[in-house]
Write a protein that binds this ligand. Structure first.
Ligand SMILES: [Zn+2]
Length: 81
């Protein structure tokens, strides 16, 4: 008879009832509306696009880009918060 190891459930209850872990970074993934492929990352109010061979672009809104996976033209009008 072994003792069950229940200490894996780390649930700190320090007053605030917010259970969801919320990242403090302002980065936000921009994904294809059709195939959910990552198109870019929104940071500091601008979109960071990354292409092959190290080509990277920081563009302002609104921004349009075609998905590399399915070719769908995606449109982001404002930075998601
Ligand atoms: Zn796509």
């Amino acid at each position: 008879m072994t003792t069950p190891f229940n200490s894996r459930q780390a649930a700190p209850t320090n007053g605030s009832g917010a259970a969801t872990t919320r990242s403090t970074t302002s980065n936000q993934d921009w994904r294809c509306t059709r195939c959910d492929k990552l198109l870019g990352v929104c940071r500091d109010g601008r979109m960071h696009l990354r292409f092959a061979r190290g080509h990277e672009y920081l563009v302002g809104f609104p921004v349009q880009a075609t998905c590399r996976g399915c070719g769908t033209l995606n449109n982001a009008t404002a930075p998601a918060r």
